[in-house]
Design a protein around this ligand. Structure first.
Ligand code: HEC
Length: 298
């Protein structure tokens, strides 16, 4: 018969966590989407916190104690899956358990490195006062590496779910939606915990309203002066704008031949590429087409 396995908060967590990853991934690297990107990162961290608590007070199959498998057991189970001898588990199987642990750990690293990057690069978020521009740059690299590891883990998880669904002839994604699976009545989780689910949803909605209602991070893409300033070591007094780390970072991929071309001539000739430079706008720069054509760039 069909019995309850995944309580409602566990299911909500699962799908919201997946959604926060997808949204964060798709909104990455775009100044215009920074507020959405940061929100999905916060959401991921909040969900992570919830899941850690739920692992102790949640329903029968949501508790960490119900899927406490060693790494050896996880790897052993993977081998059995490949050999076609893996036993069906009502809750998380040993390999799936490790997917859960690793995804939660990576989410923590992704979220926290994101917060440091946000503080360093944009001077915003809870850590803004503590992170200088240069560390923001370093953490951005780390953030990206962690997220790629997380993406790899997501793909492995999806492959595992597909394989297990097929081998045991049961639709695991649907079970994560409905909460129920075929099993003996005495194995059922006692309650779907609707009240806790309601609390989780209310907390997220309240957080969303607070964030988008004014606390949202805004990209300071147009605020070049602000970023240039922040990128300067406070102990130094740079003489030229082209000597600031921010300026160098934005222009490092431009080859020397462009700077030396007659149309540009010098790094100080901002207007050559920034057509609106005289109005103080530096977005949407373009290296003059006659220069790019001659150099066969892009
Ligand atoms: C050879 C062409 C060229 C010259 C000259 C040049 N830039 Fe740029 N600049 C670029 C390109 C290309 C970008 C990258 C635009 C992007 O990332 O979309 C850029 C980016 C920038 C940005 C970042 C804009 C953003 O929103 O990311 C600032 C600020 C900037 N330049 C300021 C300057 C200043 C100030 C000068 C003059 C001292 C200058 N640039 C000279 C080509 C140039």
């Amino acid at each position: 018969m069909k019995i309850l396995v995944w309580d409602l908060p566990t299911r909500l967590f699962h799908w919201l966590f997946a959604a926060s990853f997808v949204v964060a991934y798709l909104s990455a690297g775009e100044d215009n989407w920074l507020d959405v990107h940061v929100f999905s990162g916060y959401l991921m961290l909040v969900l992570l916190g919830f899941r850690l608590v739920w692992g102790f007070v949640g329903g029968r199959y949501a508790r960490f104690s119900s899927f406490r498998f060693s790494l050896g057991e996880g790897l052993g189970y993977l081998k059995q899956v490949l050999a076609g001898s893996a036993r069906r588990h009502l809750g998380h199987n040993p390999a799936g358990s490790w997917a859960v642990y690793l995804l939660l750990g990576l989410a923590f690293l992704a979220g926290s490195s994101g917060l440091v990057t946000l503080a360093g690069q944009e001077g915003q978020g809870p850590l803004a006062a503590w992170v200088p521009y240069a560390s923001g740059e370093v953490f951005k690299e780390a953030h990206e590496a962690v997220v790629n590891a997380m993406l790899a883990m997501v793909i492995l998880h999806l492959a595992g779910v597909a394989l297990e669904s097929w081998r045991h002839r049961e639709n695991l994604p649907r079970a994560m939606l409905s909460g129920s699976k075929a099993g003996a009545p005495e194995a059922a989780a006692p309650s779907s915990r609707r009240f806790s689910a309601l609390f989780l949803v209310a907390a997220i909605v309240a957080g969303g309203l607070w964030y988008f209602g004014g606390a949202a991070v805004t990209a300071r893409a147009h605020d070049a002066g602000y970023k240039i300033n922040r990128s300067i070591d406070p102990r130094e007094t740079p003489v030229r704008i082209t000597a600031t780390p921010y300026w160098k970072g934005k222009h490092e991929y431009i080859p020397a031949s462009v700077w030396h071309s007659p149309r540009v001539g010098s790094k100080a000739n901002c207007v050559a590429c920034h057509q609106n430079a005289e109005r103080g706008l530096f977005v949407g720069a373009a290296i003059p087409t006659d220069v790019t054509a001659k150099l066969a760039m892009r």
